[in-house]
Design a protein around this ligand. Structure first.
Ligand code: C2E
Ligand code: SIN
Ligand code: SIN
Ligand code: FE
Ligand code: FE
Length: 696
């Protein structure tokens, strides 16, 4: 219960009990006092009348038993006179009467002799009428007339106070009784007003008390209420609030204490906030460091430069939280916008960050953001790309936005610098976002630091990948020098087509992302090397314009085994994949391809001296290889290779239009090709076209 209510209930309870008690006690004490005074007055009247009466007259009435005597009239006058004189509103005297000793009848021992009001009850006026009390009064002892008596009597006529006093002769003999009756009910009725006033008073008193209590409580509780309100304000964290001491002077020590407490809490809250910010910063930084270390480790596993750049872009975007990003690679005096990731334009699934390969080129000069970053090696930050301060030498190039419909806000461009100091490209991040995807205003210093640190790690990995790539490219160039059809573009296209097909397959069968990450770059490189065995094919066959003879063709088919021979050591995952692809990329789904199940022993001759590769010393055709028995990578490269061969010009054929190529591919689904891969090819034509456009 609230304090206020408690106080009210208690005080009102006390008030009611008190007033009720006072009323009851007051009423009853007044009533009994008045009663006592009535009784003594009744007695006094009776005694006075008894003393003043002539006893002889009474005796004569008693013997005459008639109202027609002078004595009767004398006595009647006396009692009437007494009655009249003494009767008032406050003293409701009704009757004065005289009794004489009965001869035999009356239960009281007396007969009525004279009554002050004979008309009231004519029977009673006849002297000698037995003075019988009503039946309820009969048990009361008869009045013996020895002394004055006063008693309450109730009978069928009413409720009375009756007083009796003896009338004596000179010698002391009792010859009669004087009776005096007061109507007690009338008297009680008189007291009703008293009760009424007492009750009214009690009600008034209660109301007054209630008001007094209310006012008192308010006076008492208002400051306490203010204190309590203040405490809850503080509790709600509004530590800058202070309590005004003026209306609370009685509580000054408490008020001062509370104000001090509030200011101390405020200080503490500030500290806590600061700490929270600090620790959030630390957490963010350490998460970023972990991410960088993680990326480092991952990148060292990645051998293919395209996949590496894609990973770098995805990781950099994850690192600072960015809606979009791109990598621009330097090619001579141009920057090629090589890779583009954009969650708004093209939401990526976390497990397979998709690259949009573009062919947008930017001139390498200081006028554009990325050009400036690439030329000077400085990072560029612009929080509002469309409103770059006039004192900056660079401007945002809105061309990409215009062509994509994207709206770039904040830009962060970080140069990709090799350990030799050469700038190979620019990592560009756009439109930072909060964890919940809401746009963030701009890049923070931590963002810039983190990406800078990250990009230097990324560039190291990029260099390693570039090294691997240059080795692979050298092998390819070697093949190219021998076969003009095996251009770098063909190699790149077959590799990129293979990746498109592989990713389609991975999506369809929900390969886990780790597997995709691991296999995709291996496949890409292995695909690049599919025809590397052509270095071992004599020029007469390799460079023949027009159709090959059956014999020439058989010679040409050796390129599969020769290529496999280059990776016969099968030391790394890449070697094993390159081996499978080189050996089996001309197998057919229906088993009619070549070379089938051949055994290629590890070569003792080092790669490079390919002259003595002996794979022709077979006497029997090898067992066929078909369907899913053909290694997956080989099946994929087979589709990619033929798709490219048909789409391109060869010494023996013209380039085919796309519809003809697709028709040929479809017709051969389930015969030459894994039918599922043809399905995927047809489902991913936009990506295939994008690859074709990029390497042409
Ligand atoms: P390539 O020109 O890169 O062709 C690769 C593969 O594409 C061929 O492997 C073949 O499976 C497929 N292909 C090419 N044209 C067609 C076609 O019209 N329809 C279908 N379904 N598939 C086609 P293949 O036959 O084992 O040839 C391997 C390589 O041998 C060719 O590589 C090419 O360099 C050479 N070659 C094949 N036939 C001839 C030819 O008649 N003249 C010359 N000069 N070279 C040829
Ligand atoms: C009376 O005296 O007239 C009657 C009163 C009584 O009954 O006492
Ligand atoms: C307030 O304005 O009341 C909040 C201040 C604080 O939390 O310290
Ligand atoms: Fe081939
Ligand atoms: Fe090929």
């Amino acid at each position: 219960m609230k304090l206020r209510t408690k106080i009210k209930v208690v005080t009102m309870g006390i008030t009611v009990v008190l007033t009720v008690t006072m009323t009851v006690v007051g009423y009853w004490s007044t009533r009994s006092t008045l009663d006592a005074s009535l009784q003594s007055r009744v007695e006094a009247i009776a005694v006075t009348v008894a003393l003043e009466l002539p006893p002889a007259a009474l005796a004569s009435i008693s013997s005459a038993k008639s109202a027609q005597t002078p004595e009767y009239e004398q006595l009647e006058r006396i009692v009437r006179g007494v009655t009249t004189v003494n009767q008032t509103a406050a003293f409701p005297l009704r009757f004065v009467y005289l009794l004489v000793p009965t001869d035999e009848h009356a239960t009281s021992g007396w007969d009525l002799a004279v009554d002050s009001d004979p008309r009231d009850s004519p029977d009673w006026t006849i002297p000698g009428t037995p003075y019988n009390f009503s039946p309820s009064v009969v048990p009361v002892a008869p009045i013996d007339g020895s002394v004055p008596t006063v008693r309450h009597l109730d009978d069928q006529w009413g409720s009375w106070i009756s007083g009796y006093a003896p009338v004596r002769t000179a010698d002391g003999a009792v010859v009669g009784l004087v009776g005096v009756d007061i109507a007690y009910r009338d008297f009680v009725a008189q007291l009703d007003w008293l009760l009424w006033w007492a009750c009214t008073l009690a009600v008034i008193l209660s109301v007054v008390m209630y008001t007094v209590v209310e006012v008192a409580i308010n006076r008492l509780l208002r400051p306490i209420g203010q204190l309590r309100e203040f405490i809850s304000t503080i509790g709600a964290g509004h530590f800058d609030q202070r309590l005004d001491t003026n209306p609370l002077t009685e509580f000054l020590p408490v008020v001062n204490e509370l104000n001090t407490m509030a200011s101390q809490l405020g200080e503490r809250a500030k500290l806590v906030r600061k700490n929270a910010e600090l620790s959030e910063n630390v957490t963010r930084q350490s998460t970023r460091l972990e991410a960088i270390a993680d990326v480092d480790a991952q990148m060292n596993e990645i051998q293919d430069i395209d996949i590496l750049i894609e990973a770098i872009l995805a990781d950099a975007r994850r690192l600072v939280g960015c809606d979009a990003g791109s990598v621009l690679l330097r090619e001579g005096d141009e920057l090629l916008l090589t890779y583009l990731q954009n969650d708004t334009l093209r939401p990526t699934r976390a497990d397979q960050a998709r690259l949009v390969a573009t062919s947008t080129r930017i001139r390498l000069d200081g006028g554009s953001i990325c050009g400036y970053a690439a030329l000077t090696g400085e990072s560029v930050v612009a929080d509002d790309a469309y409103h770059i301060p006039a004192d900056r030498p660079y401007r945002f190039n809105p061309e990409v936005d215009q062509s994509t419909g994207y709206r770039t806000r904040a830009v962060l461009a970080i140069p990709l610098r090799t350990s030799a100091g050469k700038i190979v490209g620019v990592l560009q991040l756009l439109n930072p976002v909060e964890k919940n995807g809401e746009p963030r205003l701009g890049f923070s210093k931590e963002d810039i630091d983190a990406v800078t640190h990250f990009s230097s790690a990324a560039t190291v990995a990029l260099e390693r990948a570039a090294l691997t790539r240059s080795i692979v490219l050298r092998m390819i160039r070697m093949a190219e020098m021998r076969d003009p059809s095996e251009t770098a573009h063909h190699v790149n296209r077959v590799a990129a087509y293979s990746v498109v097909l592989y990713e389609g397959l991975a999506r369809k069968h929900a390969f886990d992302s780790a597997r995709v990450q691991r296999e995709r770059d291996t496949l890409r490189i292995a695909a690049m090397l599919h025809d590397v065995g052509k270095v071992g094919i004599p020029d007469a066959i390799l460079k023949k314009a027009g159709r090959l003879t059956a014999e020439e063709y058989a010679g040409m088919q050796k390129h599969a085994e020769i290529g496999a021979q280059l990776f016969a050591e099968r030391e790394s995952v890449l070697d094993r994949s390159a081996f499978e692809v080189a050996l089996h990329h001309h197998e057919r789904w229906d088993g009619a391809g070549y070379p089938g199940m051949v055994t290629i022993p590890p070569s003792s001759t080092p790669p490079g001296s390919l002259g003595g590769v002996g794979v022709s010393s077979r006497s029997e055709p090898p067992p066929i290889m078909q369907g899913e028995g053909i290694p997956l990578f080989a099946r994929i490269v087979a589709v990619a290779d033929v798709f490219d061969a048909l789409s391109s010009k060869r010494q023996y054929k013209d380039a085919w239009p796309e519809d003809r190529v697709l028709k040929e591919m479809s017709v051969n689904a389930g015969r030459q090709f894994d039918p599922e891969l043809i399905e995927i090819l047809l489902e991913n034509l936009p990506q295939m076209r994008s690859v074709a456009a990029r390497y042409s």
